[in-house]
Design a protein around this ligand. Structure first.
Ligand code: PMV
Length: 360
């Protein structure tokens, strides 16, 4: 079995002096949620997600060989302008991945990053951002180790992204990604995300995700603190077992196309994630009144029309509305007429399943 040691690159030649790369990486939305982790961002349970298409981070990384290789050296730009407050996060990321990428101190980096979604929309850019940066670093590593296989390139990119932000490891590939050991998913690993190994049923092709921006405020609780609260959580063990069970169930559903069953698993997972937050110590509620208004409106619409639309939630108040492509027109009409009023400044983002990181 592949282990962390296999990703430590020690044989490389400093054969390039300078250059640059540009990668885009998308956000992803979990269907079975990751909540709770061990040391080094090892997940307490396996998770599965749809990779998104439109919510992306685009990162350009220029590198230049330097003499003094004692410390990391980088400039960080956001939309072309220096952004000092992002630097500590990147510094920490470089420190964490250094044991796998010892060449990082041999170069000065200029990292220029931008998001396709509105700034401070409440959409976390950590998954797409860390994935885009990890891809650039692997492009550099490929220059230093040209014999590298594609499999290694993508696995290590996912592993590095994981060390930046756990769920980021699911943003490297598409369309459906599993992260965390699971008995029924071949080659699944706690170290990196893998593409869902079976063919996904046509019912889920181009599945739509409209993100309703309910609250754009700063997160009350960081995801690091949230994950930590699963350590002494009274329901943790049962929850981790349930995630394994739900992954088995959703695996069958993605293969057989049973959208009714998909809805049950996905909505239950979203509410379970929030139930874990509400039952930790300290406890907290990240949903807002409008989150509940939207959930109730979706249930009413589904009951009245039979259209298989459902919701999921991240660690925040925003609602992801998931629906098959063939229902798009009717669901968008419903969103515009009934749900937009619950969004902050009427804002929402139309997205759909995508294919993972891309070199530009
Ligand atoms: O990647 P993190 O550490 O920010 O954790 C995110 C966890 C959830 O978004 C709440 C669930 C998930 O699986 O993406």
């Amino acid at each position: 079995m592949i282990s962390e040691k296999d990703f430590i690159t020690s044989n490389y030649t400093l054969s390039v002096d300078n250059g640059d790369f540009i990668w885009s990486a998308p956000s992803n939305i979990a269907l079975v949620k990751y909540w709770g982790k061990k040391d080094k961002q090892i997940p307490a349970n396996p998770s599965i997600s749809f990779t998104l298409n439109n919510c992306k981070t685009i990162t350009k990384m220029a590198f230049a060989k330097k003499e003094n290789d004692r410390d990391f050296s980088f400039d960080l730009l956001f939309e072309g302008k220096p952004k000092e407050d992002f630097k500590p996060k990147i510094q920490k990321f470089l420190e964490r991945i250094f044991e796998y990428c010892p060449y990082l101190k041999d170069f000065h980096f200029t990292i220029d990053t931008e998001n396709t979604f509105p700034h401070s929309s409440g959409i976390a850019s950590s998954a797409s951002g860390m994935a885009a940066l990890a891809m650039n670093i692997m492009s550099l590593e490929k220059k230093l180790c040209p014999e590298m296989t594609d499999d290694f390139f993508f696995q290590k990119a996912s592993l590095l992204a994981r060390l930046g932000s756990g769920s980021a490891c699911r943003s490297v590939k598409g369309e459906v990604v599993v992260w965390g050991n699971h008995a029924e998913i071949k080659d699944s690993s706690d170290l990196f995300g893998v593409e869902f190994p079976s063919a996904v049923h046509a019912n889920f092709k181009n599945y739509q995700d409209t993100i309703l921006l309910v609250d754009k405020g700063e997160k009350q609780v960081s995801s690091t603190v949230g994950h930590d609260l699963m350590h002494d959580h009274p329901f943790a063990e049962r929850r981790f077992t349930q995630a394994h069970e739900n992954l088995s169930k959703i695996k069958a559903v993605l293969e057989n196309g049973n959208v009714e069953e998909f809805i049950k698993i996905v909505e239950s997972e979203a509410l379970t994630l929030h139930a874990m937050m509400m039952t930790s110590m300290p406890y907290f509620i990240l949903m807002k009144p409008n989150t509940l208004e939207i959930i109730n409106a979706i249930w009413k619409f589904r009951n009245e029309t039979g259209i298989p639309v459902c919701f999921t939630l991240d660690a925040g108040a925003n609602v992801h509305v998931l629906y098959p492509e063939y229902t798009k027109e009717k669901v968008l009409e419903f969103i515009k007429s009934k749900l937009v009023g619950y969004c902050q400044n009427g804002q929402y983002i139309c997205d759909e399943i995508g294919h993972g990181a891309m070199s530009i």
